[in-house]
Design a protein around this ligand. Structure first.
Ligand SMILES: [Zn+2]
Length: 278
């Protein structure tokens, strides 16, 4: 039972979404939430409740907004420590200048299901660009997860830097154009397409990886996701899903994966270090 629960939670760390909500549904600004803890420039605040906000009650039923416990805040501070290693000063300044100061706490992730309604979906964290919030679910705070079997890094630290990379890339049109050219993404109609990539195969790999997770074969699942990406010159298969996820996966892995030079083009590593991770 324990193993199965752990596996179910773990699988979903792959899903590190960037959501933006249709502003047309916004009727009033949510009230300011009380700050519980602060670390450097970031405030730890409870998840937004649905009373007296524009968010539909189904959002709160799905996500379970709640306050931070002090031990959770300490774990989160551990994840944030790399931001203040002295190697990411400009990166952090960029995010703060965009107004990303608040880190909210929820039990679960969510998925919009249309008509302003939401349902529960499990993933570790998300960034909202409509209110510049960073949002953390229980999954990001599961203690003692195994490390990445290829790079040996802590998966949750990569997950958090992945989210901050979404915050960094918001409203960076020129920067992202450079990134698309460098990594092989081009626009076809409304969709971005990655050169030399069978997107159905990418989704198949991600789906197979999830099945392995559900069967409790965690290491095999991560290896499948990573090895497929690595074979194609990316950190993960997930990096090949769309350009936003590609950017966040590359930025977080360039920072944390000591084996990055074995699979990512040197010019992409160089660009990420000069333009993003500084
Ligand atoms: Zn993401």
């Amino acid at each position: 039972m324990f193993l199965k629960t752990t596996a179910c939670k773990y699988i979903l760390l792959f899903f590190l979404y960037l959501f933006s909500i249709n502003l047309a549904v916004a009727q009033s600004e949510p009230p300011l939430m009380p700050v519980q803890f602060t670390y450097k420039d970031f405030n730890f605040v409870p998840g937004k409740t649905c009373e007296s906000t524009w968010i539909d009650n189904s959002f709160c039923a799905a996500t379970g907004p709640k306050p931070w416990r002090s031990e959770e805040a300490n774990l989160m501070i551990d994840y944030l420590t790399p931001l203040y290693s002295g190697r990411l000063d400009a990166f952090v300044r960029n995010i703060l200048n965009k107004g990303f100061h608040s880190i909210h706490r929820y039990s679960h992730g969510f998925k919009p299901v249309g008509n302003g309604k939401y349902t529960r979906e499990e993933y570790a964290a998300w960034v909202w660009i409509y209110d510049n919030s960073i949002n953390i679910s229980d999954l990001a705070l599961v203690p003692n997860l195994p490390k990445d079997p290829i790079g040996g890094f802590e998966l949750q630290k990569v997950a958090i830097l992945h989210e901050f990379s979404h915050a960094f890339s918001s409203n960076e049109i020129e920067l992202m154009d450079e990134f698309y050219k460098l990594t092989g993404w081009s626009k076809h109609g409304d969709a971005y397409v990655l050169a030399n990539t069978d997107i159905r195969e990418v989704y198949k790999i991600i789906s197979q990886s999830h099945s392995l997770m559900l069967a409790g074969q965690i290491e095999e699942a991560i290896k499948l996701n990573r090895n497929y990406g690595i074979k194609h010159g990316f950190p993960t298969a997930y990096a090949m899903v769309n350009p936003g996820e590609c950017f966040a996966e590359i930025a977080s892995h360039v920072f944390f994966d000591s084996r990055i030079h074995e699979y990512l083009k040197p010019e992409i590593i160089d660009w990420a270090q000069k333009r993003v991770l500084r």
